[in-house]
Design a binder for this molecule. Structure first.
Ligand code: A3P
Length: 300
């Protein structure tokens, strides 16, 4: 099925989820060519759920024995999306077959792929999946802002009402939003050693607890010595919204895919939807989400 998208392009439905043309080509290429290794770590998110934040945290955790001088940390000079590429949006695009076999171990990638569309080798190998979910209301508002920034100024803003109606029908990038999270939520119970399910809101509330959990899950727990030096807090400080968004590298420049580095940093808070959605819109979305999650135990 093809549906007029909410950015400038069209969305296509594949395996129950909606993708742009470019993204869908990447999804198909990943499914065909990506060979997962047991040591790989994959960050999975719905768009605008805090991917940039978790990319920075995971990169810092995995490489903390390599980059010991905080003044020379790669995050100070390189955008997180360059350090941790998306499989289907950066690596397997435009018929490229990236040579990623040389990457240091563990290899760290990111994806928006729904669980059902993951390459077979990802599902069957022992690689780890870290899923970060976010409140659909906040992710929707965040995406609306992001899409406006990408839109030519002459066209004006996207109509919030129009794209909200589509979002509620499940037609959004990688949507239905709730089905995307549900796929990984269910899998995190079946295979807790493979899928760690986190939420943006819980990460905000108890960051130290969740970063420790994350480090343990990916096999690099903090040692007593590191704990004594407050290294969990150091990682969080380096990856905080204020630190990252104030770096020169994230204020200027664009990704190879065209997005401004700056577009990935807006407010970074919980509950900003109240400033954009009417109570009726919020009620409508809450009730759709509730119906779709009914019986699963997942709550945003
Ligand atoms: P808002 O638009 O609500 O501010 P993604 O990285 O998945 O594209 O998501 C972008 C959202 O994460 C934006 O949300 C952005 O501001 C927020 N974000 C980016 N970096 C962050 C950080 N270090 N800490 C918390 N939120 C962050």
């Amino acid at each position: 099925r093809r549906e007029k998208g909410w950015v400038a392009s069209h969305l296509h439905q594949y395996q129950g989820f909606w993708h742009t043309t470019r993204q869908l080509q990447g999804v198909l290429a990943c499914q065909k060519h990506f060979q997962s290794q047991d040591t790989d770590v994959l960050l999975v998110t719905n768009p605008k759920s805090g991917t940039t934040w978790l990319k920075s945290i995971l990169f810092s955790l995995i490489n903390r024995s390599v980059f010991t001088d905080p003044k020379k940390h790669p995050l100070l000079t390189t955008n997180p999306h360059v350090l941790v590429p998306f499989l289907e949006l950066d690596l397997y695009v435009e018929n490229r077959r990236p040579n990623i076999s040389y990457s240091s171990s563990p290899r760290l990638f990111s994806t928006h792929l729904p669980y059902v569309s993951l390459p077979e080798s990802v599902k069957s190998s022992a690689c780890k999946l870290v899923y970060l979910c976010r409140s659909p209301k906040d992710a929707f508002v965040s995406h609306w802002h992001f899409a406006n920034r990408l839109r030519p100024e002459s066209l004006g803003e996207n109509s919030m009402e129009e794209i909200f109606e589509k979002f509620c029908k499940g037609v959004s990038l990688c949507g239905p939003f709730w089905d995307h999270s549900l796929g990984y939520w269910n899998e995190s119970f079946k295979r807790p050693e493979k899928v760690l399910f986190l939420s943006f809101e819980e990460m905000k509330r108890e960051p130290v607890f969740h970063v420790r959990r994350l480090a343990e899950f990916i096999g690099c727990p903090f040692s007593e010595e590191e704990e004594a030096k407050s290294e969990v807090e150091d990682v969080l400080e380096m990856c905080s919204f204020d630190s990252l968004s104030n770096l020169e590298v994230n204020k200027i420049g664009k990704l190879p895919s065209g997005e401004d580095h700056k577009a990935f940093f807006r407010r970074g808070e919980v509950g900003d939807w109240v400033n954009y959605l009417t109570p009726q819109m919020a009620e409508k979305l809450d009730s759709i989400v509730e119906q779709n999650l009914h019986g699963s135990g997942l709550k945003f």
